[in-house]
Design a binder for this molecule. Structure first.
Ligand code: ADP
Ligand code: MG
Length: 716
């Protein structure tokens, strides 16, 4: 049904490799490798017949390839002569001298562009050029005839595979009986209802459109299809866990009031609402699957702690002794350690034991010697106490889901910054026990509503959309290059008052000068050196990025926490949610390179203190549009608003973390369209409600796809 490409196409070893590099192995892979854009095809002629000012394509061989400088000696150029049986024409490429090196003497090419004339001589200036295998025969019989495909698709090319190659390969496949046998997985009623073309038409229209409306309709279908398939998968997962038994935890907010009074602050009403949502879920017949979405600093940890308390003060079913257990998983050791500390503060004095497990070791609270402190213990000891239920709360990193970790009564899993965990990992944690634990995912990643509905379609959503009282919002300024030094002076005053500073740069190292088009943006290493030398010689400056070894990272972070380093130069990938209350300032360099939601997350790092926090967005954006976009950072109310603006203005490819989700650019286009997302959701739900296992014969193609895509999308 889906044969390997080499069974249907003649492929050289080199082409096979190139295809593999693009991840294209089967016929379907190729058919789902869509053009990135379309260009109007030009008429084709032989050289002797071309005329001044016309836009055409010509086939021929290249000669006299050469580089040089323009006449006035300024611009580097490439030159060549194109020849066919009928004549010759000169070609000139300004500012693209490398073209002369990309082609060999005597190679067969197609040149497309406008014909210029100077002093009676015709030439091409800056035309498009591509290598071809052979000259299409039609050109000699019907010279000047209109092109067969009025729109020429352009594909993401790689060495050895040009757009032309794709164009012909796809034509060849579409000519076989392959299409005839193709079953459309989307039920016909749905296609009709939303006026979407069939799979067969869509495949033809997206690769070989005759007119614009062809590929527009095809794209609409494929965008819908992607979201629809994701929704189906999510709805199915939902039904699956709704059939599972759960640990009943019957507590009300009132039952927990003594505990809540112990907290050093009064809960925001948003936090109360979130806790209530969770407590309601805890009572249901099936396990909770809830996502708590809240900006950095909105107080998710407290919500997690209260829910944990409700859990660990509930005895297991059929067992009067012991309590239910909680596992709290963080994406990094730094964060796991931080949560461990916070939980110790919150739970101190209640006689509740807390364990910590990370790759670097294990700890337990309280220590026998000092009941106010934690102590290092062996992993085997910790695991024993977790397995026999003596330790009700276990906090940790991925180490939590190792095989060796077993719980006696794991009833509740909390995952912080959930998008960093895969579905499989979640499943692993859940499977440890007979009964499926409740799940609370927490994230500060601001994403638009349509995206949340899609990728978290299996979860119930709670928004923590209120900041704790008394928190001063970060003062954000967009700083243009001329105000740089003034800003550094402002920062110096704050540093002198004992505060600390983050400096975020878009890259780790200096650009490689060998690489053409290397981006000229600030790097962590370079900027740290510069700041040390020229700007803040009186302070300690540290660096932090993903290429550092784990222990180096931890050392730097620890020095920063202890204020041994006052300025931390880092990339944007540095752990989200790290708590350094004394770091109240953040500079973001090359800000136009980041999405707004990402900038917002970066800014969230300085939201942890009672001191006034500042965010300085350094940008040398010249265009008004870029500047306006950054201005939103000073006006938008919260991360969700910024995520919506991101989606609207820059759209695809710019949402923080898109790569992690695995949604295609086309799928992201659909995410822009609330109607389409809702339609996909409604239809998917209807199908799953009617046929939860997708077992009816008419749903077989769908079932196959849903099962095949399980590992494709990584939403947690
Ligand atoms: P996040 O949602 O980013 O995980 P945290 O849970 O780390 O946020 O909370 C950020 C800070 O706010 C912590 O220092 C916490 O003690 C404090 N905090 C949480 N809730 C409240 C509240 N209701 N009032 C005041 N401070 C709070
Ligand atoms: Mg947090």
């Amino acid at each position: 049904m889906n044969p390997p490409l080499e069974d249907v196409l003649h492929l050289s070893v080199f082409q096979k490799k190139a295809l593999k590099k693009l991840g294209l192995e089967t016929v379907f892979d190729l058919l789902y490798f869509f053009p990135t854009r379309y260009e109007k095809s030009l008429a084709e002629k032989v050289i002797s017949q071309i005329e001044k000012d016309e836009e055409i394509s010509v086939y021929g061989r290249l000669f006299n390839l050469d580089t040089g400088k323009t006449w006035k000696g300024r611009a580097p150029i490439a030159r060549a002569t194109l020849a066919d049986q009928t004549g010759k024409i000169k070609i000139l490429w300004l500012y693209q001298p490398y073209i002369a090196k990309m082609f060999r003497e005597n190679s067969m090419v197609r040149v497309s562009g406008k014909v210029s004339e100077r002093k009676g001589e015709l030439s091409f200036i800056n035309p498009k050029i591509e290598k071809v295998e052979e000259v299409p025969r039609t050109i000699f019989s019907e010279n000047g005839a209109g092109p067969k495909f009025p729109l020429e698709p352009t594909y993401r090319e790689t060495r050895g595979l040009s757009s032309r190659w794709f164009h012909f390969a796809v034509q060849k496949i579409l000519k076989t009986s392959f299409l005839e046998k193709l079953e459309d997985p989307i039920p016909a009623e749905i296609l009709k209802k939303y006026n979407l073309p069939s799979l067969k038409s869509s495949l033809i229209w997206i690769h070989l459109p005759k007119k614009e409306s062809d590929y527009v309709a095809a794209k609409k279908r494929f965008a819908f299809q992607e979201i629809f398939f994701i929704q189906l998968q999510k709805q199915r997962e939902r039904v699956e866990y709704e059939e599972k038994e759960s640990f009943k935890i019957k507590k009300t907010l009132g039952d927990l009031s003594d505990f809540n009074k112990k907290l050093p602050f009064k809960l925001t009403s948003s936090q109360e609402k979130s806790v209530t949502n969770i407590l309601d879920d805890f009572k249901k017949d099936y396990p909770m699957s809830r996502l708590l979405e809240g900006d950095v600093g909105s107080g998710k940890t407290a919500v997690a702690a209260i829910a944990s308390y409700a859990c660990i003060t509930t005895p297991p079913p059929n067992n009067k002794y012991g309590e239910l257990q909680v596992a709290y998983m963080a994406p990094t050791e730094i964060l796991a350690n931080q949560h461990f500390k916070t939980f110790i503060e919150i739970f101190s004095g209640l006689g509740i034991k807390i364990g910590l497990i990370t790759g670097s070791g294990c700890k337990k609270f309280p220590s026998k010697v000092n009941p106010k402190e934690s102590t290092v213990i062996s992993k085997s000891q910790l695991l024993k106490w977790v397995a026999n239920g003596e330790i009700p709360i276990l906090i940790g990193t991925h180490a939590l889901i190792e095989k060796s970790v077993t719980f006696k009564n794991l009833a509740f899993i909390i995952i912080d910054e959930q998008h960093r965990f895969g579905t499989k990992q979640r499943a692993k944690l859940r499977k440890k026990d007979g009964i499926l634990p409740h799940l609370l995912s927490m994230t500060a990643t601001p994403i638009p509503r349509t995206l949340a509905l899609t990728i978290y379609g299996d979860l119930d959503l709670t928004l923590l959309d209120q900041m704790p009282a008394g928190r001063k919002p970060v003062i954000t300024e967009v700083v243009s290059p001329k105000d740089r030094s003034e800003t550094y002076e402002k920062i110096r005053r704050e540093l002198a008052a004992g505060r600390q500073l983050y400096v975020i740069c878009p890259r780790i190292n200096e650009p490689d000068p060998e690489k053409e088009m290397a981006l000229n943006v600030k790097s962590v290493t370079e900027e740290a050196t510069r700041l040390q030398k020229e700007v803040f010689p009186e302070y300690e400056i540290g660096i932090m990025h993903s290429k550092l070894k784990k222990d180096e990272k931890e050392k730097v972070m620890e020095s920063f926490v202890k204020n041994k380093i006052q300025v931390l130069c880092a990339t944007s990938v540095v752990e989200v949610g790290v708590n350094v209350p004394n770091a109240t300032m953040i500079i973001i360099e090359g800000a136009e390179r980041f999405g707004l939601s990402q900038l917002h997350q970066l800014r969230g790092r300085v939201l942890r203190s009672s001191h006034q926090a500042h965010c300085y967005i350094f940008s040398d954006a010249k265009s008004g549009k870029s500047k306006d976009r950054l201005k939103a950072m000073t006006t938008a109310k919260n991360g969700f608003e910024l995520a919506e603006i991101d989606l609207e203005q820059r759209g695809t490819g710019d949402l923080y973390g898109q790569k992690q989700w695995g949604i295609s650019d086309l799928g992201m286009e659909a995410i822009k369209n609330i109607k389409m997302v809702e339609a996909a959701r409604v239809e998917a739900r209807e199908i799953i409600e009617e046929d939860p296992e997708l077992s009816s014969p008419q749903h077989q193609p769908l079932k196959e796809i849903i099962e095949g895509q399980k590992d494709k999308y990584h939403f947690e």
